[in-house]
Design a protein around this ligand. Sequence first.
Ligand SMILES: CC(C)(COP(=O)(O)OP(=O)(O)OC[C@H]1O[C@@H](n2cnc3c(N)ncnc32)[C@H](O)[C@@H]1OP(=O)(O)O)[C@@H](O)C(=O)NCCC(=O)NCCS
Length: 193
Amino acid sequence: MTTPTPNPPRPTPRHRGTPARGRAFRAADGHTFRVRAIHPSDVPALQRAFARLTPEQIRHRTFHHMNELTTDAATRLANVAPAHGAAYVVVDDEGEIRGEARFYLDAGKPSAEFAVIVDPTLLGLGIGRALMRRLVGDARRRGLSELWGSVLAENALMLDFSQRLGAARESMADEPGVVRVRFDLSRRLPGYR
Ligand SMILES: CC(C)(COP(=O)(O)OP(=O)(O)OC[C@H]1O[C@@H](n2cnc3c(N)ncnc32)[C@H](O)[C@@H]1OP(=O)(O)O)[C@@H](O)C(=O)NCCC(=O)NCCS
């Protein structure tokens, strides 16, 4: 009788593959950025990007006060199962994350909830628009008819941004202080091909 061979030691978990190179675009300040799908190896870069956000941006994005993005939370953000949604990041030429956007599919409906955030030192350069273009393209390929987001009514920046990109707004009777923005994907949106 042979002695059973013990299971070989488990290798240290490694991420499968590397991030996609993504698509380059030129921002309004002349710098080139790339927009690509998020990747499991993005965890530390997501935590650094979070540390650069302002407290107000964090509250606008999460509706909560948060001091740090824990490794567990960043790991969840960096691992989005395609069956549940999609997430994209904008990276600079050093690979630092300068913007992030995602959507999660609504169960049983052709719609998804989206959110977007951009590095506070790089606002107004077209990074948010580049991210929304990728989200809208992905959502359309999946046959979705709507992307919607919940925005605090005080968040004028996001409301103006969404309106500029073609979203409609709706007040929520059951959620005072929150506005729902809706991108109707069956329509041509301004600046989208
Ligand atoms: C809202 C946000 C994503 C916009 O990102 P951004 O990279 O600055 O936006 P862009 O530069 O791509 O601008 C896109 C359009 O919105 C318009 N826009 C951007 N900021 C604006 C402002 N302060 N006032 C009016 N319009 C504005 C731009 O004019 C642009 O339109 P144009 O290209 O036709 O000129 C960014 O301000 C942010 O991260 N906010 C905090 C996070 C947040 O509130 N998220 C909401 C949760 S869903």
